[in-house]
Design a protein around this ligand. Structure first.
Ligand SMILES: [Fe+2]
Length: 304
């Protein structure tokens, strides 16, 4: 009984220190003083539990690491507005019929693990990985383009030093992937993967070729609009984003079930890049701007 009571106390303390998301709640933060107070109490309780052979140290280590990094204040995340993220069930997108949840979703509060990591070291990026046109001995076929923009948080502040990864089809609409059976040719000078870190102001810049449209078997004569896949974590797992960037004026957008899984038109438009004279390279490449917002009311939608 004593052990159970101690575990319960520990759990409450951990919840106080870890439960920081508060979906739908007004924005507020835990003060540094409150954090330290609860942290100290949790530490004492966990030390007591450890003596009794009860191991719940892993979560404690996570919170201690957060404290070591000076993470003594946490923002709550706002609930997304209806229609601004992909519908789980979008019947025209056939695979959503099978995988869409059939029961109400269960809310799982974020823990400190979801709001404080992961952190990627910019030194791990391969030199030149931002330029997909120079990864082989020759240049890839296709129209060279520059894709650039900023990564912002829900308060419109830049997200610095965050990893952006992209992957895409080649100019013929073919991925260098074993499950891609499209009979378009592969390009020996194009892998289709790149990565870059944002600078201190959240800016990023990639050089690549415009990907080709490709057929898929969602419905008769279905074609995906040209797109580039993006993956970002931002400052935390809670700001994780996997999405697709599209090109302005693409006639295939209106009939694409994946793009149209987002019912809110303004939110959907945030998936479409903007032609950008500023970033073009004369006689070399056209430019497209794609700003990305992680979380909040202006968030870039996830891919469906
Ligand atoms: Fe794709």
């Amino acid at each position: 009984m004593k052990a159970n009571t101690q575990r319960l106390g520990c759990t409450h303390a951990l919840n106080a220190i870890l439960q920081v998301d508060g979906l739908g709640a007004p924005r507020e933060s835990l003060s540094a003083t409150y954090f330290r107070k609860v942290f100290e109490r949790t530490r004492r309780e966990l030390c007591g539990l450890a003596k009794e052979g009860m191991k719940d140290i892993a979560r404690f280590m996570v919170s201690r690491e957060a404290a070591r990094r000076g993470m003594t204040e946490f923002k709550r995340y706002l609930r997304v507005l209806p229609g601004t993220q992909p519908d789980h069930l979008h019947p025209p997108y056939v695979s959503s019929r099978k995988r869409a949840p059939r029961k109400p979703l269960v809310h799982l509060p974020y823990t400190i693990s979801e709001v404080t990591g992961p952190v990627f070291d910019p030194d791990l990026a391969k030199p030149g990985s931002f330029d997909l046109t120079r990864q082989h001995s020759g240049e890839p076929l296709g129209e060279r383009i520059v894709v650039s923009g900023r990564v912002l948080d829900e308060s419109n502040r830049p997200v610095p030093h965050t990893l952006i990864e992209i992957w895409q089809a080649n100019a013929a609409g073919r991925y260098l992937h074993t499950v891609d059976r499209h009979n378009a040719p592969l390009d020996p000078n194009f892998t289709g993967c790149g990565q870059v870190f944002t600078d201190e102001l959240g800016h990023y810049r990639l050089v690549t070729i415009r990907p080709g449209e490709y057929p898929w078997r969602n419905h008769y004569n279905a074609w995906r609009p040209a797109h580039i896949h993006f993956s970002l974590f931002g400052p935390a797992f809670a700001t994780r984003l996997v999405t697709q960037m599209y090109f302005p004026g693409d006639p295939l957008l209106q009939s694409d079930p994946i793009f149209n899984c987002v019912s809110d038109e303004k939110a959907r438009d945030r998936l479409v890049s903007v032609f950008d004279w500023e970033s073009t390279i004369p006689e070399q490449a056209l430019g497209y701007r794609f700003d990305i917002v992680l979380r909040g009311r202006e968030a870039t939608p996830m891919e469906a």
